[in-house]
Design a protein around this ligand. Structure first.
Ligand code: GLN
Length: 536
């Protein structure tokens, strides 16, 4: 029988509900439980695919091609849960299915309302991921208790809890304990208010997780327990982790969070083995060496915009027992000969995905630098497009070579619109999305890193390598080393005469985990370490 954990947040947003939900998933899996995990986002966009990374951070793509919230990336990095389009629902997505049904006549004769129609749809979204082999579903509700837009979700959870019975549902509420410097105290009042707000809606939290920057005295914990009506042993303290987010499962384990959840659900404990996570943290704490990798992008000031990239680089470091330092480089700053200075001394260069003209010239300059200085390079999606354009301009000597994304009437469209994209004008969910197979040729860097001939990787793009130029590129040393199984779509290119230069159409960062680094990130960090050793 499936049981349910609902994670809400109070006081402020950005408390790390996603990370906490993910870490709880890690702990439950360590007891042999099979979990499913999902997020509800109260905004009206049908999915975050149409939002700018400035607004929303990275768009995370699932295997089945859904464009989702970046918290789903944490879920995949921390757990083995299968994520799909059912793992992320927004208000917009919920409403659009209810409205579609209304138009079809499914509610004929009735007034369609928030309660019960929208709340019923939300409850269905929860049930949809609770197949018979799932022990525990974890559903995280985005936003903050008290927001107008999260009300229908909370009402749906209340009903769901009522229907399933208290023993089968567990409400976890995350709050903030702010520290007031002037009085030198941790304040519990905002937490009391946000729990009060939840109670007004009819939800009594079973567990409180209190985020804080400082240690919390026993008296404060007692006070929270008493005034929030939660047993003292179910008030958990989540102090900011010093080293890494991957400490979080260990922090919650120390306080016995998994034991308490199992007790609530009447489930026996399993082995609870989290040795691999302990190893991850140990490796982060005392790495044997260090490398510096430049990330050249457009959204460099916001770490959330390239979340999975930074995480995957860190994983590549863990796999090589090295700390990866990031040099965040604003692509636009490199345009006019700035690459040498901005990238001088780095051990590796990464150009991530992106859209549009701004910053492209700088990305090309960064790639030229990496190619000529024999610095290990990984280009991802738009980063691969930029690598192909760079090679065309500087090695093939075709100065006007470009992508039709940037210059629709270029006479040398080395990157051009995918056939399947012709005539599509809708912006939401219309790219080539999700996992597709890729066949890798022998004697290539990618084949060596993967150790496999066939891989599945996730995509999110409209433009692709133009096969008309394939022979010209290959003749001059830009080799196509990965394609779709029928050979028609270029998935990976490599510069032949270079220690480590790989550019791929897909997004390897979405499949990297701290306990299982993606081969290309492990390879990039490994090659960067070699380069560093060589130079020293
Ligand atoms: N803008 C490019 C395209 O649409 C690359 C997309 C990306 O980097 N995710 O094909």
């Amino acid at each position: 029988m499936t049981q349910y954990i609902f994670v809400t947040g109070g006081v402020v947003s950005s408390l790390g509900k996603g990370l906490t939900s993910a870490a709880i998933g890690t702990l439950l899996e360590s007891h042999g439980l099979k979990i499913a995990i999902q997020k509800f986002d109260p905004y009206i966009n049908v999915d975050p695919g149409t939002m700018s990374p400035f607004q929303h951070g990275e768009v995370y793509v699932t295997r089945d091609g859904a464009e989702t919230d970046l918290d789903l990336g944490h879920y995949e990095r921390f757990t083995n849960a299968d994520l799909s389009r059912h793992s992320n629902y927004t208000t917009g997505k919920v409403y659009s299915s209810v409205i579609q049904r209304e138009r079809r006549g499914d509610y004929l004769g009735k007034t369609v309302q928030v309660i019960p129609h929208i709340t019923d749809e939300i409850k269905d979204c929860i049930s949809r991921i609770a197949s018979s082999d799932i022990d525990i579903v974890i559903s995280e509700i985005g936003g903050t208790v008290g927001d107008i837009e999260s009300l229908p979700f909370l009402e749906a959870l209340r009903q769901f809890g009522h229907e399933q019975g208290r023993d089968n549902v567990l409400f976890i509420h995350l709050t903030l304990l702010p520290y007031l410097k002037a009085s030198g105290e941790i304040k519990t009042k905002p937490t009391q208010h946000s729990v009060g707000k939840l109670r007004e809606i009819g939800i009594l939290p079973d567990i409180l997780v209190c985020r804080t920057e400082k240690d919390v005295e026993v008296e404060a914990q007692d006070k929270i327990a008493l005034f929030c009506n939660v047993p003292r042993e179910l008030v958990f303290i989540e102090k900011d982790v010093e080293l890494s987010i991957y400490e979080l499962p260990l922090l919650l384990r120390q306080q016995g969070m998994d034991q308490k959840i199992l007790e609530h659900f009447g489930r026996p404990a399993g082995s609870g083995n989290i040795d691999r996570w302990i190893e991850v943290v140990d490796s982060l704490r005392s790495p044997r060496s260090e490398v510096e990798i430049a990330i050249v992008g457009k959204y460099i000031e916001l770490t959330d915009s390239y979340k999975s990239i930074y995480e995957a680089l860190t994983h590549g470091g863990i796999a090589n027992n090295a700390r990866v330092r990031f040099r965040r480089v604003q692509a636009e700053d490199l345009a006019d000969g700035g690459a040498e200075i901005a990238l001088g001394g780095v051990d590796g260069v990464l150009v991530p995905g992106g859209f549009g003209e701004r910053g492209l010239e700088g990305k090309i300059a960064a790639i030229k630098y990496a190619r000529e200085s024999r610095t290990p390079f990984l280009g991802i999606c738009y980063g691969m497009h930029a690598a192909v354009i760079e090679f065309a301009q500087n090695v093939l000597g075709i100065e006007e070579a470009n992508s039709t994304e940037v210059c629709s009437d270029t006479s040398y469209p080395v990157i051009a619109l995918l056939d399947e994209q012709e005539g599509i004008s809708d912006k939401g969910g219309t790219m080539r999305l999700g996992a597709y197979p890729c066949t890798i040729t022998l004697n290539s860097t990618s084949r060596k890193e993967y150790g496999l001939e066939k891989v599945d990787e996730r995509h999110r793009h409209r433009y692709e390598f133009n096969n008309d130029y394939r022979d010209q590129f290959e003749a001059k040393g830009l080799k196509v080393t990965g394609t779709s199984p029928d050979g028609s779509l270029v998935e990976i290119v490599e510069v032949e005469d270079h220690p480590w230069f790989v550019a791929c159409q897909f997004h390897p960062e979405f499949q990297s985990k701290p306990i299982d680094a993606h081969p290309l990130f492990k390879g990039l960090v490994g090659a960067s370490l070699e380069r560093k050793a060589h130079r020293e």
